[in-house]
Structures are given as structure tokens and as C-alpha cells.
Design a protein around this ligand. Structure first.
Ligand code: NAD
Length: 490
């Protein structure tokens, strides 16, 4: 007997913000349509937030910090986060379906994202009562302590590519440290997060600890960044918007964590285990249709095995299929029409500049014509200065180039403005460590890429990939500030 086909759940979320554990319409009644990337059709509406809604949310969060949420003992905070994690697991399929529809991602990946989101809350639940201060050696007659204190109310600007995961790592960490949160999810994809905020309230999170205001970046997002009640901003998105956010926040001396994407190299030496490497190389650029900040979008291969690697990868690329989220293929659609145009522009530039396409996957014939589909592409001999070798495509496009030796591999790997993640494939132990040191990157994976999901692993970039760290225990340092207490007691 065939398993029942999954189908889209009814959208229970009203076109409202979620503030103080209540649904609230936009103050001016504004709404925005939600478009299904799989067919290009509107299927729901969200509230179009503006400054008044952000102000309402910040006031609710401030009251929560001073009230029930702020008074919870760390162990009780941990239990509240555990309850959220359990609620996510109990509603994982509903959240995954919302996320798949909103983002267009294949259902199996949306399911993995819902599980990862629960795992972030589980991880940070356990951290709440383990965030220690220090005592410092000082002259006789003094005792010196440091405490890690929450910033107060933190702002979170979430992008559309991984709403559940990025919410989990950002808001999970901020709550664990004792902050109350105001979240501005992306206008393209926020239904899973609205439902999650509701679930958190139902699971017992005090009102005002999580507040969510939907809307456009230049309206609700800008109002959040500008609000004097926001004491820290966590932003994930494009380098251009990130720079704007940092500049605006600097006007009122508000600290910012920026996670801005990458052009991450996969560096394959001649002694690599290709059986292990090839599937990982494909997955790292095809996952979420390449709309992943840590996508392995550049392939650097030692010259002696360049042709072999391209031939074997080409076979894998040719077999890839893109189609609607519910078809659960290798790739879903891209998020929106402008993102598809962006990817097509990169490929047109490659053709115009004589760059060879080794292989392309296919868009399945029954994919709705209005959807935003891009077949995965493998390109070879991409010149170092070409925009395909330097700029983030944010689509399923892998740019390959050969290198002669280790020194050239390092030079090519570091030849972009980005530095988020790198993959190194070699059996040589000494070279593994030399490469890990030489590559300018926030994370380096050796003989794997993104293994285990990385909830526990500090994540963030160098250079234009941003600054500050999320994920793992390290994130908690960013979501707190240190107070030094000097006691003279004689
Ligand atoms: P974006 O940076 O404009 O949007 C990301 C988030 O920032 C959204 O929630 C948006 O509403 C908000 N935002 C936009 N303008 C804002 C402002 N002035 N103030 C405050 N918040 C604001 O990204 P995009 O336009 O959706 O995507 C464009 C490109 O960005 C992509 O092609 C990709 O290269 C990159 N991107 C990277 C990531 C990542 O994970 N690092 C995520 C999304 C997009």
C-alpha cells in the first residue's frame, strides 16, 4: 500500500503579529500577500508591520524583562526552553509543511529544519544555568567578580532561507541568556515562525518573551533597528543590508551580530577519498537550492584529478531534479521571481564569457509553470576574477577551477571577500592542519562538510561574511554583556 501523500495544512495563522502571546493586527491594518514559490500563487496574508507595531512589541518585551520572564531563575528558564523544544517536536510535521510551502524547500529538508530548531532550544535549555561568571585575582582586601548579564531586549532580523533554524539559533540563545526578544522574520517566509511563536506561548513561555512583527525590511525591519529599546541586534541576510543595519545601529551605539553569507570553497586534493567527497560536494550546493549562506559554491580541485572529479560530478549533476516542494526532489524552487532572475543572470554572464557548463540537472516536466525553478549547474574553469568566482549566487550553481599545489589552493580559497565556511578533502594529516590554519574562514570542515548540523559549533564569518558568532555556547557571550564588580572589604 502506498503511504498517504502529504498535503498542505490549513493556514491557522491570522494576518497578525504575535505580541505578548496574542495575535495583533497591524496598527494601520496593512497586509502583505504570501506567495508559494512552487507555483507563484498567493496563498495567505501576513500583517505589514511598521514603527507603531515594533514599538508595541518592544514595550511588551521590556515589560517581560522586568516582569515574569526576567524574574525566572536560570533553571526555570531552561525548563521553559525545554517546553518549547518539546512543542516543536510535537508539531514538527505541521511546522515542516508550513516551512516547505513558504520557502519552497523539499519536505525532507523542511523536516530536518524543524528537528534542528527543536535541537537548538534543547541545547540552549541546558545552557541556561551554566553561564558562569568569574572571580579575578586582585590585591589583598578586594574581591572582584564578573557577571554575564542579558542585554535586555534583543532584536532578531531573520532571512527567508532557513526561518526555523535561524530563529532557533538566534532566539534560543538570546532567551537562554535571559533576554526578551523582538523578531522580524522575512516577508517572503514567516508562517512557520508565527506558528512557532504561538506554540511557545501555549507551552508556557511568559507573555512578551518572544514577540514577532512581520513586514518589509525597509519598514518593520528598519524600525526595529532604529528603536532605542533594542539593546542588541542579530542580523542574518545580505552583505548590503547587513552594512546598512550596522550603520543604523551605530547611530545609537547598539551592538550587532552579522551573518552575511559566503562564497565557500571546497578544496579537493589528489589524495582525497572521492567516494566520501562527491556526495558531500553535491549536497553542499544543492541543499535548499543553493540558497544557503554556507553553500559550498566554489570547487577547487588539484589539477591531476580535475578532469576525473568533473566527469564524476557531472554525472551526479545531470541526474539532479528540481520540482515543487511536496514532490520532495533534490531541489525545490527558488524563493521568488527576482531570485530566479538573479541566478539566470549569473548563468547568462557565464555563457557570454565562454565559461563551459559541465552538466545541468532538470526541472521536472510537471513543475507548475509559475514556480521559480532553476536546474542545478556545474561550471568549469571559472576565471578567478569572474563574478561567478567572487559573488554569492544564492542558487544551485557550482563554479570549478583547478589548482597546481597547496600554495595555490590557499591563494584561490582566500581570493574572495567572504570567509564563512571551507571544506578540505585530503588524507594527509599535516596538510589538514596547515590548510585549516591558512584558510580565512569562520569554520573549516576536513573530510566532511557541515556534518551533524552544527548546533553546538560556533558559527559566523570573517571579512565580508560578518562578525560575531551564533550557535553553540559561544553565542551566549554575544547575547550577554559582562559586568565587573570590585568589592573592597579590607
Ligand atoms: P536581505 O538581507 O535584504 O533580507 C534579509 C532580512 O533582512 C529580511 O528579514 C528583510 O526583511 C530584512 N531587511 C531588509 N532590509 C532591511 C532594513 N533596511 N532594515 C532591517 N531589516 C531589513 O536579503 P534578500 O534581499 O532577501 O536576499 C538578497 C541576497 O541576500 C541573496 O541573494 C543572498 O545573497 C543574500 N542572503 C543571505 C542570507 C544568509 O543566510 N546569509 C539569507 C538571505 C539572503
Amino acid at each position: 500500500m502506498n503511504a498517504p501523500q502529504p498535503h498542505w495544512p490549513a493556514i491557522r495563522t491570522p494576518a497578525s503579529h504575535f505580541i505578548d502571546n496574542r495575535w495583533e493586527r497591524a496598527a494601520d491594518g496593512g497586509e502583505l500577500p504570501m506567495i508559494d514559490p512552487s507555483d507563484g500563487e498567493p496563498f495567505a496574508a501576513i500583517a505589514r508591520g511598521a514603527a507603531a507595531d515594533i514599538d508595541h512589541a518592544v514595550r511588551a518585551a521590556t515589560a517581560a524583562r522586568r516582569g515574569a520572564w526576567g524574574r525566572l531563575a536560570p533553571v526555570e528558564r531552561g525548563r521553559a526552553l525545554t517546553a518549547i523544544s518539546n512543542a516543536i517536536l510535537a508539531h514538527a510535521e505541521e511546522l515542516a509543511l508550513l516551512e516547505a510551502r513558504d520557502c519552497g524547500k523539499p519536505l525532507k529538508q523542511a523536516r530536518a529544519d524543524a528537528a534542528a530548531c527543536a535541537r537548538y532550544f534543547e541545547f540552549y535549555a541546558g545552557a541556561c544555568d551554566k553561564l558562569h561568571g568569574t572571580t579575578l585575582p586582585y590585591p589583598e582586601g578586594y574581591t572582584v567578580l564578573t557577571w554575564r548579564e542579558p542585554h535586555g531586549v534583543t532584536g532578531h532580523v531573520i532571512p527567508w532561507n532557513y526561518p526555523l533554524q535561524i530563529f532557533g539559533r538566534s532566539v534560543g540563545g538570546a532567551l537562554a541568556a535571559g533576554n526578551a526578544c523582538v523578531v522580524k522574520p522575512a516577508e517572503d517566509a514567516c508562517l512557520s515562525l508565527l506558528r512557532l511563536a504561538e506554540l511557545a506561548g501555549e507551552a508556557g513561555l511568559p507573555p512578551g518573551a518572544i514577540n514577532m512583527v512581520t513586514g518589509l525590511g525597509r519598514e518593520a525591519g528598519a524600525a526595529l533597528v532604529d528603536h532605542p529599546g533594542i539593546a542588541h541586534i542579530s542580523f542574518t541576510g545580505s552583505p548590503a543590508t547587513g552594512a546598512w543595519v550596522a550603520a543604523a545601529a551605530a547611530q545609537r551605539h547598539c551592538p550587532v551580530t552579522l551573518e552575511l553569507g559566503g562564497k565557500s570553497p571546497q578544496i579537493v586534493f589528489a589524495d582525497a577519498d572521492l567516494e566520501a567527497a562527491l556526495p558531500a560536494l553535491v549536497n553542499a550546493i544543492v541543499q535548499n537550492a543553493g540558497q544557503t549562506c554556507s553553500a559550498g559554491s566554489r570547487l577547487l580541485v588539484e589539477a591531476s584529478r580535475y578532469e576525473e572529479v568533473l566527469a564524476r560530478l557531472g554525472e551526479r549533476f545531470a541526474a539532479l531534479r528540481a520540482g515543487p516542494a511536496l514532490a520532495d526532489l533534490d531541489c525545490g524552487p527558488l524563493i521568488r521571481a527576482t531570485q530566479l532572475t538573479r541566478v539566470e543572470d549569473f548563468l547568462a554572464a557565464a555563457r557570454a564569457d565562454g565559461i563551459t557548463t559541465v552538466a545541468r540537472g532538470t526541472v521536472v516536466a510537471d513543475a507548475p509553470k509559475g514556480g521559480y525553478y532553476a536546474a542545478p549547474a556545474l561550471l568549469r574553469d571559472v576565471p578567478l576574477g569572474h563574478r561567478l568566482a567572487c559573488d554569492e549566487v544564492f542558487g544551485p550553481v557550482l563554479a570549478a577551477m583547478p589548482f597546481a599545489d597547496e600554495a595555490e589552493a590557499v591563494r584561490l580559497a582566500n581570493a574572495t571577500d567572504f570567509g564563512l565556511v571551507a571544506g578540505v578533502w585530503t588524507q594527509d594529516g599535516a596538510r589538514q592542519l596547515r590548510m585549516a590554519r591558512a584558510v580565512e574562514s569562520g569554520q573549516v570542515f576536513i573530510n566532511n562538510y557541515g556534518a551533524g548540523g552544527g548546533v553546538e559549533l560556533p558559527f559566523g564569518g570573517v571579512k565580508h561574511s560578518g562578525y560575531g558568532r551564533e550557535k553553540g555556547f559561544e553565542a551566549l557571550y554575544g547575547f550577554t554583556t559582562v559586568k565587573t564588580v570590585v568589592l573592597r572589604h579590607g
